[in-house]
Structures are given as structure tokens and as C-alpha cells.
Design a protein around this ligand. Structure first.
Ligand code: FAD
Length: 561
């Protein structure tokens, strides 16, 4: 049978590796590409800040242009999925609905509704997995019906399953010549992507991360070009405070499906195949997308994954409820320049480096403020361009040592961590211009500067910039003791997500640290990095010994680093 098909875009805003769209084109006489801008659904499922709205609209515009270049059209309609599709199915005499399978609870619920609607209207549903490397249900099945709860076990299950499916072929002009999109002459206007103004959303910061498949592919190509960088990539050795990203910066594109992780994975495999040596999971680039896959798998089968209560893998902790302290963290007013600069970058640009995420997440939770990871997760969800249901919650549980990570005595120092890779504080001067005239010696702890130095810098601490909101050493010691107590009381829960070898990132990191000479000049390296990084994101691997920027608390390990 040849169908009349609606292909429904949700995530997966791309024409490469889009197997359900390929399926639609191969089984139909007409295909209508549709995006339903269901604001209640989008805002009800995850907090969406203005920057992510802009990224989404740009991605839709990009998709609309790519479809137009292939003689087709993207029909963008506002309203609820059910109401819009019910009307279109009848109006266009549709016989088939295609879309990508998603795993988040709000998508599975939506899919149930769409399937029921299609059943009622006699429409066939065809959906494929394309947002992850594997169908996560296959991984769970291969692990005996339970999600593997540690990365090591997860890799073991993947080794049984073999490589992921290869990406679907690219969609071309010929596809739409064989299978037309009936474009209603002169009526395309009504299907245009709405503007931010139309939606009443204000954004007044420049676009650093343009949304869309073509920008994502351009960024990917830039990285793939640099094969040495790809094969040597080692996550703990990248720099959190370089002025341009020292990692790929592809996460916003993966998050919305402007880029396919499978295509990325196979591009990396091809490069690895041509080199004698390459880094390995967990620290390699393929290792990074496998972390994503890991969190998707666990999230898909764990009740209340984005919450502490009712979440069986998460330690149940009596976090403090302190709105004033949370607000200081959120609005970059902690008085620790390293933390405040990161939070400023997050709010202004929507992307921060992984280790910068570590620093602020640890500070909010087990490090300093002892505030729930759920609060931090919600703030990240609102501001991150790459905000992702599974990955965000998984990493917040990790950083707060509520699950997955167990070396809770390792606490990041909010002064030394950033100074290690950027001793002059270029990153701080950029994001906290109020401190820009401080001498490097004081910039990470400006409250220690004599008053005359503060006056000369034009910034008096306590007046023009806040005093530190906590005594880091005191609160981190108190918190470690609290955490030790929680873990002894909830030993069984803690063990669920613990490998015998424990944290594999730490293992990778330690090896790196042994290889690293203490005399390495990080300042020079950071400067070189900033010179090399082109705005399009061409990066070189640089070393960063972040292990020594954590404190192991004395009463627990007898060591202060
Ligand atoms: P690269 O290092 O270049 O890695 C390539 C890709 O691998 C990334 O784009 C991403 O898709 C994936 N990846 C990398 N690190 C991780 C990781 N730790 N876990 C899962 N996937 C990973 N990432 C998100 O995509 N969305 C989030 O909402 C998110 N929230 C986070 C919250 C916290 C507290 C922390 C510590 C990390 C979070 N991360 C999140 C993971 C990670 O920080 C980002 O994926 C990464 O920094 C994105 O930059 P990149 O694309 O340059 O990564």
C-alpha cells in the first residue's frame, strides 16, 4: 500500500539519520512534514528558558529551509498535538503517521495518546529509534529486564549487543520528487515558524549557539577535521574555563536531535579505525556519548528519575531548604568568583563546560550549601540549551553523590579549582567585569585583598561584590560528615549504583595525573587554547590536573590537597 503520511517532528529536527522519515518517504505517495508547536506540552514537560526557545525556533527555521531546498515544506502549527493532528489527518486524508520514538515519560504518554487517536481514525503508526544509539529497551532486555546501574555493567551489556545500528541514509531532493509534499500555493505563509515576539518571549543577548541541523553539522565537521584531537580526547583533561569551549559543544544539537548521536558515533569509529591509538570510554569522545546512552537507559526504567522521593536508586537526604541561599547561587551572588562566573555564563549563554557544571553543582549540594540537587537541576533545565531530562537528572544525582558517584569526600574547592587552569582569571574578568581590575593574586578570593587594593580595583568587597556566603572549609567538613552518616544508614541504596572499581572517570583522571608533570604551565596552555579556538569551535586537547583542585577532608582521609 502507498500511504498518505504525516511525518511528525518532535525532537529529531534533521534530515540525516532520520529513519522514520525515510520510512515515510519509501512507503508513501505524499508526505506532509509537520511540527506541532504545542506550548503547553513543551512547557509542561520541562522548564524552557528564552535561550532554548530561540534555539528551537532557529532549528525549525533551519529545517524549513532544508525541506524547501528539497521541494517540500515544514508545516508548523500551534495547538495541542492531539487537536492539530486530528484535524490534519481528516483534512489531508492521512493513512499513516510516522515519528521518532522517545523515552521520557511525557513523550511515552503523548505517544500513547497519538496511537489511540490513530487507532480511532484508522491510521497506521510507524516509529523508529533515532535519538539514542540503541533502543534502550533492548539494552534492558539484554540485562535481564533491569537497567544496568553502573557504567561498567552498561558497557558489558553493549559488548553483548554489538555495535549500534548504522545511521539511516540522508534525505535528498529525489526523495521528495518521488513522493510529493502537496504545497498549497500561496498558503505557505500560515505554516511559517513563529517569531519570538509572536510567542511573547524576549531575548536580548547575542546568538552564540545558532540552532539547527546545518549549524550542528558544521560544528561537527570542524571537530572531525582535527583527527589528532579526536583520537586523543580525554574528558578530564579539557579546560573548564577556556573562553571558547574546549570540548565539542555539540550537546545543544544532540539534545534537540539536530544532530544524530549515531552519525557522530560512526564518524568517530572511522577515525579510530585509522589511528594506531585512541582514547577509550569512559574518557574518550565515544565514551561521552555512551554516558548519554547510559543515563537514557537508566532513566527510562527508573521511577521518578528526576526526583529524590520515590526514586529507588537515589539516596534520601534531608537537604536544607534555604531559598535565599539558592537565589544567591542562581543569580551569581555567592561571593566566590569562580562559582559566580560560571553561573553568569550559564544564564547569558546557555552552555558551560562539564567541569564547570561539576563545580557549581557540587557547591550547591554536598560541597557547600547542602541544597537539594533537584533545585539545581531545575535551574539548569531552564537555562541550558542542552537541557535533557535523563542526562541532567543523572548528572545532578552524580554530582550530589546521591547515586552513581561515591567518592563523596572529594569536594571541589571554589577557589583553587578554577585557578589551576586560568590563574590570571581571564574567564572571571569576562563574566564578572566588576572584578576585572583585581590583580591575579586576589581575583579568585578578592575578600583577602587589602582595602587599598580593592579601592584601586574599583570594587570594594561587601559593597560592590558580595563577601563569600559561606566558609568553604567549615561547611564542606560539616557536609561530609552528614553525607557519611546518610551513606552508612542507606548502604543498600548506595551500593545499587556502585561498581567494584567505583568511579571510572576518576580512574581515567588518576592515570592522566600520573602522566602529568606538576611543572606544567597551565596559564600558558590556557592562553594558547584561547588563541587556537576559532569561534566555530576548533579545539585542541589540553591538559588539566583537576584532581588537585578537590579537597579530601582531613578527618576522613588525613589529607588536604
Ligand atoms: P563533549 O565532551 O564534547 O561530549 C560529547 C557529547 O557526549 C555531549 O554533547 C553529550 O551529548 C554527551 N555527554 C558528554 N558528557 C556527558 C555526561 N556527563 N553525561 C551524559 N552525556 C554526556 N548534558 C546534556 O546534554 N544535558 C544536560 O541537561 C546536562 N546536564 C548536566 C548537569 C550536570 C550537573 C553535569 C555535571 C553535567 C550535565 N550534562 C548535561 C553533561 C555534560 O556536562 C554535557 O553533556 C557536556 O558538557 C556538553 O558539552 P559538549 O557537547 O562539549 O560535550
Amino acid at each position: 500500500m502507498t500511504h498518505r503520511t504525516i511525518h511528525l517532528f518532535r525532537k529529531g529536527l534533521r534530515l540525516h539519520d532520520n529513519p522514520s522519515l525515510v520510512g515515510a518517504l519509501e512507503s508513501s505517495e505524499v508526505v506532509y512534514p509537520v511540527y506541532v508547536l504545542d506550548r503547553a506540552f513543551l512547557e509542561g514537560s520541562m522548564a524552557t528558558g528564552a535561550l532554548r526557545w530561540r534555539f528551537l525556533l532557529q532549528s525549525l527555521q533551519d529545517l524549513q529551509s532544508s525541506l524547501a531546498a528539497r521541494g517540500s515544506l515544514l508545516y508548523v502549527l500551534q495547538g495541542s498535538h492531539e487537536a492539530v493532528l486530528r484535524q490534519l489527518i481528516q483534512q489531508w486524508s492521512i493513512t499513516q503517521l510516522t515519528f521518532d520514538t522517545e523515552v521520557e515519560p511525557f513523550y511515552t504518554q503523548l505517544d500513547d495518546h497519538l496511537c489511540a487517536l490513530c487507532k480511532e481514525l484508522g491510521v497506521v503508526v510507524h516509529s523508529c529509534v533515532a535519538h539514542t544509539l540503541y533502543d534502550v529497551k533492548r539494552i534492558i532486555k539484554a540485562n535481564g529486564g533491569e537497567p544496568p546501574l553502573t557504567y561498567k555493567k552498561f558497557l558489558h551489556v553493549l559488548s553483548i549487543l554489538g555495535e549500534p545500528d548504522t545511521p539511516a541514509r540522508d534525505i535528498t531532493l529525489q526523495d521528495f520528487q518521488k513522493c510529493k509534499t502537496p504545497v498549497e500555493d500561496g498558503r505557505e505563509e500560515q505554516y511559517q515558524v513563529p517569531s519570538l515576539e509572536d510567542l511573547g518571549i524576549e531575548v536580548d543577548v547575542e546568538v552564540l549557539w545558532p540552532g539547527g541541523e546545518s549549524h550542528g553539522l558544521k560544528r561537527l565537521e570542524k571537530h572531525i577535521e582535527s583527527q589528532g584531537w579526536v583520537v586523543n580526547f580525554s574528558k578530564p583533561r579539557t579546560i573548564p574555563n577556556s573562553l571558547l569551549p574546549s570540548t565539542t559543544g555539540l550537546s545543544p544539537y544532540f539534545s534537540l536531535g539536530c544532530l544524530s548521536v549515531r552519525s557522530f558515533y560512526y564518524r568517530l569509529s572511522n577515525i579510530y579505525a585509522q589511528s594506531k591509538n585512541h582514547s577509550l570510554p569512559p574518557v574518550s569522545l565515544q565514551g561521552q556519548v555512551l554516558w548519554r546512552e547510559f543515563f537514557y537507559t537508566v532513566a527510562s526504567a527508573t521511577p521518578n528519575f528526576t526526583k529524590m522521593a520515590g526514586n529507588p536508586i537515589c539516596l534520601q537526604i534531608h537537604w536544607y531548604e534555604n531559598q535565599a541561599a539558592l537565589d544567591k547561587w542562581r543569580t551569581a551572588q555567592t561571593g566566590f568568583p569562580w562559582i559566580d562566573a560560571i553561573m553568569t555564563q550559564l544564564r547569558q549563554e546557555g552552555w558551560i563546560h562539564h567541569l564547570a557544571r561539576h563545580a557549581v553543582a557540587c557547591f550547591l549540594t554536598r560541597g557547600d550549601l547542602w541544597i537539594s540537587w533537584e533545585e539545581g537541576m531545575k535551574v539548569f533545565e531552564k537555562y541550558l540549551l542542552d537541557a535533557d531530562y535523563s542526562v541532567n537528572a543523572g548528572n545532578w544525582m552524580w554530582l550530589s553523590a546521591s547515586a552513581f558517584f561515591h567518592q563523596y569526600t572529594r569536594i571541589f574547592c571554589p577557589v583553587r579549582f578554577g585557578r589551576r587552569t586560568d590563574p590570571d582569571g581571564q574567564y572571571l574578568r569576562k563574566y564578572l567585569p566588576v572584578l576585572k581590575n583585581f590583580p591575579s593574586k586576589y581575583i579568585y578570593e578578592p575578600w583577602t585583598a587589602p582595602l587599598e587594593v580593592q579601592l584601586e580595583a574599583g570594587c570594594v568587597i561587601g559593597k560592590d561584590y558580595p563577601l563569600p556566603m559561606v566558609n568553604h572549609l567549615e561547611v564542606s567538613q560539616r557536609n561530609t560528615a552528614l553525607m557519611r552518616q546518610v551513606r552508612s544508614e542507606q548502604e543498600n541504596t548506595a551500593q545499587l549504583t556502585r561498581d567494584v572499581a567505583d568511579d571510572p572517570m576518576e580512574i581515567g583522571m588518576k592515570r592522566e595525573c600520573r602522566d602529568q608533570r606538576p611543572s606544567d604551565d597551565f596559564s600558558e596552555k590556557t592562553e594558547r587554547a584561547n588563541k587556537r579556538f576559532s569561534p566555530e569551535g576548533e579545539h585542541k586537547s589540553l591538559s588539566c590536573n583537576w584532581a588537585s583542585d578537590t579537597i579530601r577532608l582531613p578527618e576522613l582521609s588525613g589529607e588536604v590537597m
